[in-house]
Design a protein around this ligand. Sequence first.
Ligand code: NAD
Length: 980
Amino acid sequence: MDSSEIEREAQRVGREILTRLKRERHSLFEKEWWQGQVLRWCMENESFKVAFFRFIDVLPNLKSSGDVVRLFREYFDRPGINTPPLLSLGMKTLIPGSPAVPLAAKAIRANVEMMARSFIAGRDLDTARPHLEKLNRSGAAWSVSMLGEVAVSEEESEAYFRRYLDAIEQLPGFSTDDLSSAISGDRFGTIPRANLAVKLSSLYSQTDPLDWEGSLSVLTERLVRLLILARERGAHIHLDMEHYAIKGLILEAFSRAMNRPELSGFRDAGIVIQAYLRDSEEDLERILAWAAKHRCGITVRLVRGAYWDYESVTHRQNGWTVPVYLVKGETDANYERLADRLLAASDTVRAAFGTHNVRSLASVIATARSRGISERDFEIQMLFGMAGPLQDALTGMGFRVRIYTPVGELITGMAYLVRRLLENTSNESFLRSYFVEGQSPESVLAAPAAAPLREPKIESFQNEPPLDFRVDRVRSQFSDAVASVRGQLGRDYPLWIAGEAVRTDDWIVSINPAHPSEVVGRSASAGTQEADRAIAAAEAAVMEWSRQPAGERAGILRRAAESLRTRRMELSAWEVFEVGKTWREADRDVNEAIDFLRYYADEIERKAPSRRLGDYPGERNLYSYVPIGIGVVIAPWNFPLAIPAGMVSAALAAGNAVLFKPSELSPVMGYHLVKAFTEAGLPEGVLAYLPGRGEIVGDYLVRHPAIGYITFTGSREVGLGIIERAARPAEGQRHVKRVVAEMGGKNAIIVDETADLDLAVPGVVQSAVGFQGQKCSACSRAIVLESVYDAFLGRLIGALKSLRIGPPEDPATELGPVIDAAAQRRLRTAIEEGAREGRLILQVTEVPPEGFYVGPAVIADLAPECRIAREELFGPVVAVLRAKNLDEAIRIANNTDYALTGGLYSRSPAAIERVSREMTAGNLYINRGITGALVGRQPFGGYRLSGVGSKAGGPDYLLQFMIPKVVTENTMRRGFDSAD
Ligand code: NAD
């Protein structure tokens, strides 16, 4: 058959399927049924649809009727939600305390449960069994998928693993005698009745493409065990495809497992290809090449892909290329292309096609016929609860149909339910087009065609995309950078003053916190003499610099950004050694530095032109900014490139000279920053590199009368001292010093009774122990509402225990050392003290013997007043506090001297609104981690004793380095107004 004949056959097959379908029979959308009604409302009304999906997502977590009704009202009784009259009417009667509340809650639960049960066959295998047997009797096969929570710890992964093992033992026993012969065999032989879908990511909680080999070795081992048992018991294992982030790992683990000699010749295993991925063809070819070599007949299931929103959103957020086709027509066309390719290989693989789209089915069937492949030699797969009449039509036509059948508890099933509902109510759903909108056969059977869509351009400031560690080349280049930097350790770094390298008698030794015997570098240590020299050079250079057009200064910032970008991996590697950042954390810091330089370059170009104020005749008022002059930047070690890069570049952009004093603990990173500026062509004398002791050179500069501004980031004690000293004018000083001081925090995350713990637990873990908890934004208090306290705590501990602790140069490491011996001692003492004040329920003590390691610790049941719950610790220690209700949680959260970051995990719109208003935090994050603010998107900074100043990476930041000036000119000359 040529392509036009295949198309004619596809049209014929499509018509036959449609004739067999009776439009009115799809129960999914039947009007009289509650579900059909709700789905129709969702399709007609986008705001209702969003509210409805969000409500059912949280519903299973709600324990009391009062909560069910409260949340119901919060979601639906709001301006902007077009609630159908039927529902609004009911809502009016639901006043808290009314006897109608328990009845209403019961009815709501029952209806949603019924809806969920139409897509989920049972809460466990026993309750699902009758459905599976019924499927067999109706001539269809099944594949069981065990729904579950996200595995956040190894305990949870082990539980999954055991569930899979049990299922493999149990499922082969689910047999009925009247199994249709159509589903029991094909050209490769017998097809096992028991078929289990496995989510590989659930088998290893620490799966991360960055730790490629480590993740693969655990995943492969566990998968092999499942496959061996499946072989023994006569079951089929099908690996589901998951998010793009781990697609490569899934494919690789599958092929490594199947290459094992003990699985040689085993065919009852399968993998999935998602046609919405642009690189799906490559993956399919790889699998087919493997299958051609082994010729055992593994199964390949072709699907469209279920995470379109997730993939497009997360990739855009990171600035990465979106891996999915943007237009559904492109996916459909790719589906048909890949189907053809898969069928062409049907002598080496079993082909399976997962779709409810009649056009796709017709095309697959026509292609199979054109290749002489019989109905029994490929499989059509559909989802439980969605197949209905389609299943009957296709089994009636003699095809092998398998129903993918989820089994699990309601809470864990909701994410699955929402995905199904989204699919059914989407404008692009076949079921919706045909059954609800009644589109014509010509329209639903038309061959896919779509012009590719260009990615929408983001107009605002675009952040530097983080490294994509899923890519082999990126991992190997990073590893090369680490090796190369290791070869450069131990060098000397002189000061840099007026374009000259200056050596001193005193030296600062920077050591690797993971291997304290390893010297990262030695920097000269500036004293008062060198400070004076730098001030003199700055005085000579600053006027000329400040007169440069803003565009010139911006150009230098951009060139410096480019120089950092060119060396980004090398610079990250330096951070790995100097401060103990893991690969991903180091990359983020370098990225942020680049962002700051580019952002402030843009900002100065926006701010520099003078603005005319007012439009009164006879006068011209010009508002402009002039730089302050010479100032000092005093930086911490914890973001050793980004924080100084932001402070230095803002001051320079505004036309000031800068004396830069990096932290004693990260002088080498400070050197690299200054190097980028000199390479970018910054004039001599404008920027001095002055590493030195804070109490000596830092203090001297703070007091010096030539200093006009001080920009400090660091601890509260030092910051407050600087503010105090800077306020006192020195002899001969003619100005008030301007101080920007960003200081510490004691940041809290509130977890309420509606929180999604699958998000909250990893969010708290990442925020609390990312970079060993040494971020000013880190979460050091989790304030958890009573009703979820135990569940949260249990999962938090499991997750923290599962983290891999080790030297940060190893890509497998999730938790490295703290910065120095003093920090290690301080944290150990704090943990001991915490154990007296509260209940020390976790302290990981298994850490590498060498290096300044402190294992994660959790102290629970603390009273809000105790020291551990109020003072900044700066380490991987989490205080967990119990709150009776949201009022109390907010009170505890606000009961500190600080107001830097804060967070809330909640699915209650009212709680989100309230916490956003009442929680004292400069940066508040809802339903995500509280660290990792991005330049231009989440300008960063706190208030109270967390700091004074406007937010870094925000539109007001540069103003702190400039003095506003107004020039008013009388434009009248001899009676006429000469204003232009
Ligand atoms: P730190 O206060 O010990 O040191 C910061 C800088 O101040 C260093 O360069 C140090 O040499 C210098 N210094 C010390 N004594 C001085 C003195 N008497 N006069 C002048 N300078 C002096 O802080 P750190 O340990 O480097 O950093 C950790 C602290 O920084 C934490 O409290 C953290 O919360 C805070 N931090 C805040 C932010 C923020 O944006 N709010 C960001 C990062 C870090």
